[in-house]
Design a binder for this molecule. Sequence first.
Ligand SMILES: Cc1ncc(COP(=O)(O)O)c(C=O)c1O
Length: 403
Amino acid sequence: MSRLGSVSIARRAREMQASPLRKLAVTAEERKKKGIKVYHLNIGQPDLPTPPIVFETIHNLKQSTLAYAPSNGLPQALTAWKNYLRSAGIDLDEKEIIVTAGGSEAIIFAMCAICDAGDEIIVFEPFYTNYNGFATIANVRLRPLPLTIEDGFHLPSEREIERVINDRTRGILICNPSNPTGAVYGRHELEQLVRLAKRHDLFLLSDEVYREFAYDTPFHSIMSFAEVYDRAILLDSSSKRFNVCGARIGVLASHNVEVVQTAFKFGMARLSVASIEQLALVPLLNSPEQYTAPIVEEFRTRRDVVYEELGEIQGVTYYKPEGAFYIVIGLPVANAEHFAKWLIEEYEHEGETVLLAPAQGFYATAGKGINEVRLAFMLNVHDMKKALNIIRLSFDPYKNAKT
Ligand SMILES: Cc1ncc(COP(=O)(O)O)c(C=O)c1O
């Protein structure tokens, strides 16, 4: 019998999922120890260098005490975020911005601010898997609405969305440009959400951490719709656009005073966000374009290469992702998780293999995305081509191995 007797953790704790991408990553490490080179197409951690000014700023800081920052953010950081957002066409006052520990904390704060336990937020699947974890922490139920690969994962009609709205629905959460699909929502798609939000008194939560990564069509922020001035909540992060994922700096911003004040109170409870990192990002936020432009160009090139190379792989279903640095593709296999496992456990081509992210983990509806994987464009063009070639060559050996 356990020394703990009958003590047990909460149902919510048991429901909390570990990252579905972790299991295969452990196998990948074992394979590397055996001398196999593994191309990682599974994770969204940019491989490009952080702008040197971030480290220079840290080296030049003259502080005798590492003190708590104000709970809503350091004044210099708030002004820098205001400047950055203004350069992106979004006008907000410092008082309407809360600095958070990454976009992740901003999303949790937003969910906690608008939902009571058991309330619902509509999401479009496949979606960023951590939304599940955030919803579990916040005691919120996600109401998934499936998108299809054939539409390049664009939003369904207003009527279809309206069908899943009920009296527990508090908001609609979008990720635009989207992780994991790369879709960039057009103005007319967003207008549908705006109309629904007004008609049903909902909040619109917009995760715009990939804002700059819109390659073909103009990006429209939810904050550009005056009709939802009081019900739009912007969730943002420095992580991807500046290659500073480890800094853990994001923001929640809104014109809705109650939402911002509530997020501020949540912020007070966790006291402060890391102060050095807030300061280190000020130069980037004050002059963003020069830092984001080369990063965006690199990912545009990779997107183009991936799109072209996918055309060489027979039986794959794909589309042209318009933004971010991901794509969800359909594979000519019955079960993509089984295939990804086989690829990393057993397959090699000239001493190399690939780690993929099965897309099932990006869906909440059971049975969806079974033959799909997400590719993250985290390799340079040369390696990306090699990785996609390995995938191309692996299907026949996979079929033979199975029989
Ligand atoms: C869509 C999306 N939202 C939010 C985040 C959270 O990022 P961070 O907490 O590093 O700002 C990520 C990170 O991958 C993401 O892809």
